[in-house]
Design a protein around this ligand. Structure first.
Ligand SMILES: C[S@@+](CC[C@H](N)C(=O)[O-])C[C@H]1O[C@@H](n2cnc3c(N)ncnc32)[C@H](O)[C@@H]1O
Ligand code: SF4
Length: 378
């Protein structure tokens, strides 16, 4: 644990009527743990869920008592797998939030799902309670790739869960995909993209597989059993950009593609450097000069009166640097005056960046090395 500014030891800190527009809730339960995933999660545990839901509402009360005003434009239930909760538990949580928060400015409410945890009853309930956007982890339509990824569902189950979301009335759906899986060919990936496009979702997130520390995949990668082919990853990425652009999707962030008007506003708020409150184990919050992270342990989160494990002071310079690094990953880029002219000109001359009126953004070449470019600014 790091205590850098004493914030986490000071539950009396006041945010004097500061208005927060973006709220994240982390739900750490999953039907089965995937070997590549490093998000904080655990296998669903029926004995813990009610105490977890009460702890989230208690944390919310703590922040409201500190003077935060929540008038969310966006809410994001992420995880883990929020739909690993039962319909009754989801209803309890959402009604608990509704009793405490004014949702009259709400624009978008996303919930992440795993295809194995979707039912018509849950989908209809979520819509009735105000959820507007479903984000489902499909990863691949290829049975062998799904097995390699250790997914709990089949391609058929993902397809029927998608149909069911549509039947329930969801009109804003994202599907998550992963490329660069060992054994995946560009042809197999191309077919996954084609199948996804044919279902007509409003949004597609296509991530390159990363070998995250503390995962089974990372161990197998280090032992040489799983091999990363960065050259092939680049061609997966190029195939994705070209294929989805042709299908009418705008790449508005390195890994995110949307039909016009369907960009995820919650994630955009992060990338554009807005403040947000995160509730639940492992959730981050960034408000004014403070960033903190809750403890990544559900039992400790439930038991503790102050769930914060880590906090840091963010200087205006740090916040500006972060908004350049994240802003550059988006279609909108950053205002030209935020980047030193000499640095901007070098990146433009090398073909990584382009100027559009008074903004700077990455070219296709720049997107291929977006992480390295972002590092120049943080
Ligand atoms: C919280 S999960 C989505 C909902 C649900 N838990 C599921 O997996 O179906 C977030 C997404 O992150 C992506 N992801 C997780 N670990 C990843 C990794 N190591 N590399 C690339 N993408 C990853 C997957 O596409 C996954 O769908
Ligand atoms: S990818 Fe999704 S279902 Fe798999 S472990 Fe991570 S959060 Fe859970």
């Amino acid at each position: 644990m790091h205590f850098q500014n004493g914030f986490d030891q000071d539950p009396l800190i006041r945010f004097d009527h500061y208005v927060i527009r973006h709220v994240y809730v982390h739900i750490p339960f999953c039907p089965k743990i995937c070997p590549y995933c490093s998000f904080y999660k655990e296998a669903s545990d029926r004995n813990k869920t009610q105490a977890f839901l009460d702890a989230v509402l208690q944390e919310l009360d703590l922040r409201l008592n500190q003077g935060l005003i929540l008038r969310p434009e966006t809410v994001f239930f992420g995880g883990g797998t929020p739909t690993a909760l039962t319909a009754k538990q989801l209803e309890y949580l959402i009604l608990g939030l509704r009793a405490r928060i004014d949702f009259s400015d709400l624009d978008e409410w996303t919930i992440e799902m795993n295809p194995a945890t979707v039912s018509l009853e849950k989908a209809q309930l979520l819509l009735r309670l105000g959820v507007t956007r479903a984000s489902m982890g499909v990863q691949s339509w290829n049975p062998e790739i799904l097995t390699r990824l250790g997914r709990v569902h089949s391609a058929e189950q993902a397809k029927s869960s998608y149909t069911l979301l549509r039947e329930a009335g969801f009109t804003n759906i994202n599907l998550d995909l992963i490329f660069g899986v060992p054994g995946q060919t560009v042809d197999v990936w191309h077919r996954t993209l084609e199948k996804t496009v044919s279902l007509n979702p409003q949004h597609i997130s296509a991530y390159c597989l990363t070998y995250e520390e503390d995962t089974e995949f990372f161990r197998r990668f280090q032992e040489g059993e799983l091999i990363q082919n960065t050259y092939q990853d680049a061609s997966f990425f190029e195939t994705t950009m070209a294929g989805l652009s042709q299908a009418g999707f705008q790449q508005y962030e390195i890994s995110n593609y949307a039909k016009p008007g369907y960009e995820c506003r919650h994630n955009l708020a992060y990338w554009l450097g807005r403040d947000y409150l995160g509730l639940g184990p492992s959730a981050f919050s960034t408000i004014l000069t403070e960033r903190w992270q809750n403890v990544s342990d559900t039992s400790r989160y439930i038991e503790s009166t102050s769930p914060v494990a880590f906090s840091e002071y963010l200087s205006p310079e740090t916040r500006k640097a972060e908004s350049i690094a994240f802003g550059l990953r988006t279609y909108y880029g950053v205002p030209s005056q935020q980047i030193e002219p000499e640095q901007a000109n070098t990146l433009i001359q090398e073909g990584y960046m382009e100027r559009l009126e008074n903004r700077l953004r990455l070219t296709t070449r720049g997107k291929m090395v977006a992480d390295s470019i972002a590092e120049l600014f943080v």
